[in-house]
Design a protein around this ligand. Structure first.
Ligand SMILES: N=C(N)NC/C=C/[C@H]1O[C@@H](n2cnc3c(N)ncnc32)[C@H](O)[C@@H]1O
Length: 435
């Protein structure tokens, strides 16, 4: 979709500080928009903590990739991509509008949830499913008479928990794919037709008869954000959640830790040193490319393999998070607690469910090595070359989860690290998830 810029007759570089990094700014450095002061201030800032919006001038032709909200569109100008305020641009009718592939790949994405495979995997994950049941049980009194929306209900397990353990006035179970027809059968089979209403359609498009008191969803993907179903939750939050109402999960955190991974390294890399007494090391560059380029999702790191204390690199408050903040960033500083070989970074997430009652206890779903394994397991980012580290060394750097500007369910993870702050002993690597 081509658009031209109207009204804005000056060059604008607008940076939007991300609230959850507010605390990381040095005082007095919050930029204001559209001023030379802005440019100076920004040139001094750690740009990593800003989501640049597109700079453009009147008359520019923008290529709009996506319109996540009515006020902010995701667009491209001269190869640079960023958010633009929709209010200043006008759609130019295209002569030949060639069909553009759906950046959400909804056909493939929702198609994967039409069969039982993924639903069986999620339902078989007791840590995950029991956590949601625990939340409903803990809040059963507060849920009485409430209106609930279960976004992406799948087989409807969370909605069925609500009807089984509490007395909400209604649960709107929203499911985009044809699984919804079976979900209706399950609601009937278990006698909850009076409470649970299954609506087939995308949460972004369905119409609810009323706003809701509780928005519950199990949206977390590998490395927390993969699939970016969280965007659908934010849109539904802004559209259907009553003032002061509850969203479950209430917050999320991504955790990172440097680890030793002898087994995986031996299996994929050391193996080529002398298979059957022969030297196959010329294949190691191929092995590095094939096995270490993409993150490994199905990884179960043990606590003993962690070389330092894990650290939360990203925290998301589901009440204040904005879609444009989903180009999320983080930084880390690890103090190595045990000498060993630094093979990889491992990532996992934790989500919290605040109680609806002031004194109620929160529920936590932790997918890390100190908790029961879950179907998410953990995500492993293998370094190209392992590094020997000693207790007391520091591993500092940044992790940037940059959403794929075109394929909106995908992202790239940039990792940059330095050992003991040195400028020689540094590393940097980008991991595509998946495109
Ligand atoms: N990855 C994790 N954890 N959960 C995936 C959960 C996916 C389920 O939620 C549905 N879903 C995902 N996004 C939407 C949406 N915007 N509107 C309606 N239904 C949706 C999918 O069809 C799956 O059944």
């Amino acid at each position: 979709m081509i658009h031209i810029v109207l009204r804005w007759d000056f060059h604008v570089v607008v940076f939007q500080p991300q609230p959850h990094f507010q605390s990381l700014f040095k005082s007095g450095q919050n930029p204001s928009s559209s001023s030379s002061r802005n440019d100076d201030a920004i040139s001094r800032l750690p740009a990593l903590f800003y989501v640049p919006q597109l700079s453009f001038s009147s008359g520019d032709m923008l290529l709009v990739h996506a319109k996540p909200t009515s006020e902010w569109w995701w667009a491209e100008l001269h190869g640079v991509i960023g958010y633009v305020p929709a209010s200043v641009i006008r759609q130019e009718p295209d002569e030949e509008e060639e069909p553009v592939e759906d950046p959400w790949q909804d056909e493939e994405y929702f198609g994967s949830y039409k069969t039982l495979k993924l639903h069986l995997e999620m339902l078989s994950d007791k840590s995950r499913t029991e956590a949601y049941r625990h939340v409903i049980f803990n809040n059963s009194a507060a849920l009485r008479g409430k209106v609930v929306m279960d976004l992406g209900c799948g087989t409807g397990i969370i909605s069925l928990f609500c009807a089984q353990l509490a007395q909400p006035s209604v649960v709107y179970a929203v499911e985009a794919c044809s699984m919804a027809a079976y979900t209706r059968q399950l609601v009937k089979q278990n006698g909850f037709e009076e409470v649970v209403t299954v609506l087939q359609g995308r949460a972004e498009e369905i119409q609810l008869p009323e706003k809701v008191d509780v928005l519950v969803s199990e949206w977390m993907g590998s490395c927390l954000l993969f699939e970016f179903m969280v965007e659908s939750v934010l849109l539904a939050r802004d559209r259907w959640l009553k003032e002061g109402a509850v969203t479950w999960p209430s917050s999320a955190a991504l955790t990172l830790v440097p680890c030793q991974a002898d087994g995986y390294y031996a299996e994929k890399m050391a193996f080529w040193e002398h298979p059957y007494g022969l030297d196959f090391t010329p294949l190691q560059p191929l092995a590095r490319q094939e096995f270490f380029t993409k993150p490994r999702f199905s990884h179960l790191v043990e606590p003993a393999e962690c070389l330092a204390a894990p650290c939360h690199v990203i925290r998301l408050d589901m009440y204040t998070l904005q879609i444009r903040d989903l180009e999320v960033l983080g930084r880390f500083l690890f103090c190595v607690e045990r000498s060993g070989i630094f093979h990889e970074f491992t990532a996992w997430f934790t989500v919290h469910f605040n109680s609806m009652e002031a004194e109620g206890s929160a529920v936590e779903l932790d997918t890390g090595p100190s908790a029961e394994p879950t179907h998410w397991k953990r995500t492993l980012f293998m370094l190209d070359r392992p590094v020997s580290v000693c207790a007391g060394d520091s591993i500092s750097g940044t992790i940037v989860l940059r959403r794929n500007p075109v394929w909106r369910r995908h992202m790239n993870v940039f990792l940059h690290w330095s050992i003991n702050g040195s400028t020689e002993d540094v590393g940097t690597k980008t991991f595509p998830m998946w495109r």
